[in-house]
Design a protein around this ligand. Sequence first.
Ligand SMILES: C[S@@+](CC[C@H](N)C(=O)[O-])C[C@H]1O[C@@H](n2cnc3c(N)ncnc32)[C@H](O)[C@@H]1O
Length: 345
Amino acid sequence: MEILGCSEELINVIADINRRGIILAVYFKKEIILLLPQELQLALDGLVAEVPLGALQAAAQRLSLQYRERRFTPLSDVDRLAYLVTRLPATFQAIFQALSAVKKRAPHLEMKSLLDVGAGPGTGCWAAADVFPSLEKTTLLEKDSRFISLGKRLGMGAATWLQLDLQREFSVEPHDLVLASYSLGELREAALETVIKKLWNGTTQALVIIEPGTPAGFQTIRYVRELLISYGAHILAPCPHANKCPITEGDWCHFSARLQRTFHHRHAKEATMGYEDEKFSYIAAARIQADSEAAPRIVRHPIQQKGYVQFTACTDEGIKKVVVTRKNKELFRRAKKTNWGDSLS
Ligand SMILES: C[S@@+](CC[C@H](N)C(=O)[O-])C[C@H]1O[C@@H](n2cnc3c(N)ncnc32)[C@H](O)[C@@H]1O
């Protein structure tokens, strides 16, 4: 379809709009894509407006290579701006999905304070504020002073930024929700256990760790999961049990979050599609048990055929194939709307 010279990928239909007429989400090929909060998008566009597109493209390529090769050397100023354009929207969606899974599993948890660890430009605060409007206090730990300045300029309300290196001596004040997104994988392996112990000791309600949805990212998550279980934590999501992880060698548990590519994002990546899918792995654990029993978690794209939907789900008996046929009308209707990452209830 061509409308006024626009390709189909660039045309979205409003899926959600708030009372002030601000668009919150759009449909793209029947899938809903949540947009970044408008204030964040505007602030971000303002920060990158002056950067020549060529410089942004080169920085986005450097950044992507650096993350693929897991080289976590300090970034340049333009690399950090490329992070805002190409990575922040992706990590925002991953955080939003992981926190939404926590809220769904434990709706009784009332989060008043957030600690965002390895906060970068503060992505986690924005996503957490969307999922938990009850948040009143936010603390961000970050070692890079330039990311802290950018985070402050993005304008996340009243927040306390602390510049520190997690691999050195530091202490954690208790917070209801402790979040580390895409940051723990940057630490030396030897430092991870001490950091997780400190974060868990500083968690009064839930601890959520998110890493890239790659084999290496999943290895970190699996290790953190084992540590948390050994501390007596209750696993909230994505696992529906605290048994040994049933994912076999060569495979990795990960999920996918769709995001819209803005003008700068598309140009920075020299991309034509109006969206991309961010793959992520995560683990969420709570101090107290959730009040409902966990349902199997869908760990692959469901296969939809005419009379049935087939799921691959993680259950307390391991990874299972579950088939829902149209014989069971109500279940089949719900199954057709159930996606990868959802629980099968
Ligand atoms: C990939 S960014 C993630 C930023 C943000 N959490 C997000 O999800 O968009 C990783 C962040 O962790 C920070 N980081 C890495 N090692 C750290 C350490 N030892 N102490 C504090 N922050 C660290 C980096 O400076 C960077 O800002």
